[in-house]
Design a protein around this ligand. Structure first.
Ligand code: GDP
Length: 272
């Protein structure tokens, strides 16, 4: 067991409620299924974060999906600071049995790297949030942040590692930027995004990149031709006007990650 995981297990003993963040564009790929075991017996909430980048229809369907599993869902753009009331209301639903206690509900945030945990904690805590000091049970300098009179949050999030033994999951995580780009093949990611986009969000992708070309020769691959067109439009060319596939791939991936193509989700609950 890794040190981070052990630390998280220690922290979990201190809390009533686990606030799990996942990526709204790929809510299942963005979770580590071990959390169900790790958080057994705790009240649960799930935050579909980066919902500003996700397909709203898909996000609504995911909220239904998690509600049916008994986990209170909230969609979120963690960079905003206007969601405290929604969170506190959600906590009341998630902790119905625990709310009668004579002390506030204690919660911790968990999720895979880059999903927005620090952003979420900072936005929720706000500038005025008082740390509640070193109470017994707070280890390693962790502190409770008082969010509300009924809610305290551990200031250090738990890090879960994504499980990408499945290639399809790995690709989704790569697309949303949860896997370090150094270990990835950008051309594969961009190729995947364009093929997926053509099949599922054709209008959005064609609005940004122009129509998918029809190959004259059936041996040609339309996605590769499309990439070549995009490279030409954007001047992603090497000497001799040869397509710079690395450069255009990086741009397509960045377009997707920053929402310039539009609101696109990579998973819908029917596949789950
Ligand atoms: P952590 O590793 O889970 O703590 O993730 P961070 O809080 O460091 O966030 C990773 C990146 O995602 C940062 O660039 C954030 O600005 C960005 N981010 C976090 N939440 C959101 C969100 O809801 N929407 C968008 N578009 N970006 C977000």
């Amino acid at each position: 067991m890794t040190k981070a995981r052990r630390a998280m297990q220690e922290d979990l003993k201190l809390v009533d409620l686990v606030m799990e963040l996942t990526d709204a564009r790929a809510p299942l790929a963005g979770r580590n299924p071990d959390i169900d075991k790790l958080a057994a017996g705790k009240a649960r909430m799930i935050f579909l974060n980066k919902a500003d980048l996700a397909d709203d229809q898909a996000t609504l369907a995911w909220m239904d999906y998690f509600r049916k599993k008994g986990i209170t869902p909230i969609r979120l753009d963690a960079r905003k600071t206007n969601f405290k009331k929604a969170v506190v209301d959600g906590v009341k639903i998630a902790c119905q049995e625990k709310i009668e206690r004579d002390r506030p509900i204690r919660a911790m945030v968990v999720g895979i790297p880059n999903v927005g945990k620090s952003t979420f904690i900072n936005s929720l805590a706000g500038k005025t949030a008082a740390k509640t000091g070193n109470k017994p049970g707070v280890t390693r300098g962790n502190q409770w942040i008082k969010i509300d009179k009924q809610l305290e949050l551990l200031d250090t999030p738990g890090i879960l590692w994504p499980k990408f033994d499945d290639e399809a999951i790995g690709m989704k995580l790569a697309c949303v930027g949860s896997i370090s780009d150094e270990v990835l093949n950008m051309q594969e990611i961009a190729y995947h995004l364009l093929s997926y986009g053509k099949a599922n969000y054709n209008q959005l992708f064609e609005a940004r990149y122009g129509a998918v070309p029809q190959p004259d020769d059936e041996r040609d691959n339309e996605i590769v031709l499309w990439m070549e067109n995009i490279a030409r439009q954007r001047g992603c060319l090497k000497r001799g006007a040869e397509t710079d596939f690395d450069k255009v791939s990086a741009q397509i991936t960045d377009d997707f990650r920053s929402g310039r193509i539009g609101k696109v989700s990579l998973e819908v609950p029917e596949q789950a």
